[in-house]
Ligand binder design. Structure first.
Ligand code: ARG
Length: 251
């Protein structure tokens, strides 16, 4: 049943295409977060599929972005592009075409294991005030339970709610792995959970960053609803997939 609920909530994740971007009242929050400026989250990208909002992503170098595999699954590079350097999901900044998708071969749509993709872009990013890469963690970095991490994106402001046009961010705490596993029953070593009371990422935030101490420790992956008590958000554990990133991109 829970598996079904996770999957059905994941279906909602397939934004873009037919989903119209509904303008919010700007009193909203990314489920317990606050509006953010791209100057403070210069690694944040909008991932577009056929020019429509699909997911978040992050800049990791001049030529590469990183996102969730469930955001690129079934796509070819020519339909994907990213918007860099904008606080707004639908305007400003610069558009970069995706020229190659490196989707993790172990990606599993049923349990969302290995939910990671690298995107090569053209033209390369030009770094400046609102456009900067986020550092990748060392694979041995110990991401401690209880530490604060910062997630950002243009996902819905409440479970099943509206999509904001203005970037949002939320600070969540890294959750104990066993506890998270106990809630979902299908948490692998390639996942890391984070959440706080009333605070979470939500539909549309997928593929976006979870940053701790200036390092990309997670990629928004899935959750049962959003900010539901006992169900933290689940993120791709970047340290666990660090060797694969290195192998694919040299980074
Ligand atoms: N799968 C969703 C997406 O594609 C992200 C859901 C995150 N959910 C959560 N409760 N943290 O946008």
């Amino acid at each position: 049943m829970l598996r079904f609920m996770i999957l059905s909530s994941l279906v909602v994740c397939a934004l873009g295409r037919s989903t119209k971007i509904i303008r919010p009242r700007l009193n909203g929050k990314i489920v317990g977060g606050d509006p953010a400026n791209i100057h403070d989250y210069p690694y944040q990208l909008v991932l577009l599929r056929e020019d429509l909002f699909e997911c978040g992503a992050s800049i990791i170098s001049r030529n590469y972005a990183i996102t969730a595999a469930h955001c690129t699954d079934g796509a070819t590079a020519d339909v994907l592009s990213v918007r860099a350097g904008s606080t707004y999901v639908d305007r400003e900044g610069t558009i970069h075409q995706v020229t190659k998708i490196h989707q993790h071969p172990g990606f599993n749509m049923n349990i969302l294991d290995d939910d990671i993709s690298l995107l090569k872009v053209n033209p390369p990013f030009t770094f400046g005030k609102g456009v900067q890469p986020i550092s990748l963690p060392d694979k041995n970095l110990n991401v401690k339970v209880g530490t604060n991490a910062d997630a950002s994106g243009w996902g819905t402001l409440t479970e099943g709610g509206e999509l904001p046009e203005h970037l949002q961010h939320v600070v969540v705490q890294i959750t104990d792995q066993e506890e998270c596993s106990g809630a979902y029953g299908s948490i692998t070593a390639n996942m890391i959970c984070a959440g706080s009371k009333g605070k979470d990422t939500c539909q549309g935030d997928s593929g976006g960053p979870l940053v701790e101490d200036g390092k990309l420790v997670g990629i928004v992956s899935f959750g049962y609803g959003c900010a539901e008590p006992g169900y933290p958000g689940v993120y791709t554990r970047v340290t666990a997939l660090r060797d694969w990133i290195k192998k694919e991109s040299g980074l």
